[in-house]
Structure formats: C-alpha cells, structure tokens
Design a protein. Structure first.
Length: 119
C-alpha cells in the first residue's frame, strides 16, 4: 500500500452504503469466474489493524426495503485470527473510528489470488 497521511480524500475513499458504491463493487465482482478465487477489493481501518479482502459480493434487500451488499472474503479483525467470512457493506460503512475516519478502500490494491493475501 502506498504510504501517506490518510485523510478523507480521493486517495482512500471512505466506504459508503450508497447505490453508486454498491454498483461499483458489484461491477468488479460479477460475471467473472476465477480459479483460484481472486481478492478484488481491499478495505481497511486507517486507525486500526482491521482489513477485509473481498472476492465476491451479492446485493440483498432487507425487510425494511433498504439495499445492501453481502460480501465474502478474507476478514482480519486485527486480533490474530483472520478467517474467511461474510461482512455487510452497511456494517463497514457504519464504523466511525478515531479522528472521524471510517473504513476506507485501498485504490492501490491490485487484485490477486485470495490465497496470496491469506498467507
């Protein structure tokens, strides 16, 4: 990852649960079958050790009618026990850490085999 001071900026856009952001993530995940599975997106906490490498995403509609993305990938909560699992985009978007920084997307991340980020 490119090292620089991280603020809310174009360099590291903050995760938002908006229609435009959901379509952007789905566009990068749908219609592409890969063997081995590919980590396509990297989300991270700029003020912590949490990192999510997303390989798949599926749009879901909650019972109240709101749209969301259920994403699958390598989830590292920074406690030494990363695992494959699911995370909702709305959960990532709702995190508001110190300094007002939320979860951000690493635009410098190049897609790679999921096994590469797991090792």
């Amino acid at each position: 990852m490119k090292t620089e001071t991280i603020y809310k900026s174009d360099a590291y856009p903050q995760v938002q649960n908006t229609e435009q952001f959901r379509k952007f993530i789905l566009w990068g995940c749908q219609g592409v079958e890969s063997d081995p599975p590919t980590a396509r997106w990297k989300f991270f906490n700029p003020c912590g050790a949490q990192t999510w490498f997303i390989s798949e995403a599926e749009e879901v509609i909650h019972m109240d009618g709101t749209a969301d993305l259920q994403m699958f990938g390598w989830c590292d909560m920074g406690m030494g026990y990363p695992e494959l699992g699911y995370v909702m985009l709305s959960d990532l978007a709702s995190i508001d850490g110190p300094l007002g920084l939320g979860i951000q997307r690493d635009i410098f991340f190049d897609p790679c085999p999921l096994s590469e980020v797991m090792s």
